[in-house]
Every structure is written in structure tokens, then in C-alpha cells.
Design a protein around this ligand. Sequence first.
Ligand code: PLP
Length: 397
Amino acid sequence: MFESVPQAKADPILGLTEAYNADPRANKINLGVGVYKDEAGTTPILASVKQAEALLLDTEKTKSYLGIQGVPEYGAHVQKLLFGADSAIIADNRARTAQAPGGTGALRIAADFAVRNLGRKTIWVSNPTWANHAAVFGAAGLTVEQYAYYNPATSDLDFDAMVESLKAAKAGDLVLLHGCCHNPTGIDPTAEQWQVLAEMSAAAGWLPLFDFAYQGFATGIEEDAQGLRTFLANHGELLIASSFSKNFGLYNERTGAFTLVAPSAAVADTAFSQVKVNIRAMYSNPPAHGAKVVSTILGNDDLYAQWVAEVTEMRVRIHQMRDLFVETLADKGVDGDFSFIQRQNGMFSFSGLNPAQVGKLKDDHGIYIVGSGRISVAGMTKANMDALCTGVADVLK
Ligand code: PLP
């Protein structure tokens, strides 16, 4: 039977890392995968995480199973991050959170709930979007439609086209929105645009699903929740998939959260009972370590302050690399206005390089970026900047 199974295509981003690892050139640069690197080019464990882990090592008494929804206090901490500590949603007990295996797991929980328990069939995602969205939603049985987002001519959000295309989304359709630091473009709606979208969504009856994988990487922990909070002011029901892979650096601990917001505590309980049934059938209950680390940090004032400082440091370094990239390209005499790179948020920059230029960067310079032209700015350092910009200048000639 197995012989009849056809070869699957390699994942475009993870496949790129494999090609990078196999490349013998000493000065190769990997700006493909979305992993934060510090100035030394390493992906560090945050000091706040190390301290939380030391505390856990001392105090943990059992490795017995967690409940289906995970570490008990985790949900309350996650909700404070999402809604703000003094949110009425928390006071009214209208949200339920399940710990999830990464943001990816949270997206799958959301999709399963929408398909199995709400009978939803369609989800709208931006064009372009994170490469895995279509696979995750397709696997759950959703049909994936695209709404307009990026305008290559202006290297900016095409808001009019976005609104126009979203007019085709029907009542009850899921609409996926990137909470901040849109992947792959780095371009987020403005406060006014979020307001327009939230009102449009409420009027049309969409079910918004926020993918929140970079809280703290655009402007700040609170500021980055502005789009979500604007929607919450207009919607009684909404779904959120959080990832703590990037902002806690917990990539391989698979630490995320699925949150549903309902019109009342009673409706939240009933809806969440079905989410738990779905999770039980999928992976029974989640792994503990990452969520315990997050809970320990968010529940301790000193560790929280330290974590905020560490997220700030990562965010500031990425912004500095954006500036340095644009300056170094100018120094190398590259024609054109690249200032849009400085306006983009988060780990990624949509460079505008075409697939042929991306191929030449790899072949001639050992510089690996995704075929769409997406560059992981979080992988740039002062040390690799000159070689990077020499390569980019060469392929743009
Ligand atoms: N959503 C977006 C937009 C992402 O960029 C990512 C990771 O790159 C995820 C979800 C998945 O996060 P995780 O690694 O926690 O599963």
C-alpha cells in the first residue's frame, strides 16, 4: 500500500533551511526561517525564561497529566495580555482559553471548532499570508479564500482593495487577521483602518480569528493588541490563536493558546466544552513546560518586568537592523526608495525581490531568503550586513 504514496513537496521554508545547512560556504547567511537572532547571530534563551525554569526545577513536584485546557492559571495570564488587565471581558468572565501546542496548534483548534461545532465552511486569509495557514485550515476542512492586502507597486497595504474584496465574505465566514507584524509583509492596518474593518466585520457578521504570533514586536505589548481590542469593542464573539514562540523565545516548547470570547459566561462555558472534546480527540492534553514558564513569568512582577525589557530589546534591535539595512543599501549605491522597510513591523520584510533575484542571491552569494522575497530581518546582524547588502546590490543591478 505504501508504495503507491506519492512524494510530498518539501516545506518551502523548512526546505530552505535544509539547503542552507548543506551549503559548505563559510559566509552563508540564512534569512529564511522566522527565528530571532541576537547581535552574535544566536537564538538565545531569554534570561526571564531561564529564571522561571530555575524556579520550576526547584518547585515542581509532579509530571502528572495536565487537564485538557492545560496549566490552570495559564488562561488568566494569557487573557490579561490579550485584553488588558482591567478588561470588562475578564470581569464578565466571557473568555475561555486552552493552552495549545504553539500558535499552529491554536489555529487548528480554532478551525476544528468552527467546522465541527459551528458548521463553518469558509475562511478568508490575506494575500499573501503565512505559508502554513492554507495547510492548517485546509486540513480542518475549511475552504480558504483570499482577500487583497499587499500592493507591490507601493510596497504598502492596499486598504481599498482589502475592503472591496472582503465585501464578498458572507455572514458567519471566518476572517483571519494578523494581530500585528503581518507575516510576511510586516505591514499592519493603522488604528483608523482597524476601526473600519471592525465595523465592517460587525455589520457583515464575520467570525474574526486573530492570529497573534508577535505581540510586543511592533510597538509594545499593550500597543500591539490595539487591532484585537478594536474588534472586541465591536464583537461579542471572536477567536484568538496566540503564539509565544517568538516573544518568549520558546520555539521548541510549542507554547500557544486558543481563546474564545463569547457573549456571556454561560455561552463561553458551553462552547468551550466542545473545544475540550475536540482537543481530547486530537492530542488529549498539552505538554506542560512552556506554559509553566509563561505562567511563572506573567505571574511574577519582577520576571514580568524583565521579560518586557527583553522583548523591547529584541524589538529595538530589529528596528535598528531595518535602519542599517536601508542605509547600507544606499551606501552601496543601490537605486530606489527602500524606506518602506523601515515602516514595516516585526521579524519580516517584504523586500520586493523577485524569484530570479532570490535564486541569484542564493547561488552567487550564499544568502537564503524565501522565494516570495520575504527577508527575516531578525536574522540580520552588524556582522553580516555588509555581505548581505553587497549581495542584494548585485542582484538588483
Ligand atoms: N502564525 C503566524 C503568522 C506565524 O508567523 C507563525 C510562526 O511563524 C505561527 C502562526 C505559528 O507559531 P508557532 O511556531 O507557535 O506554531
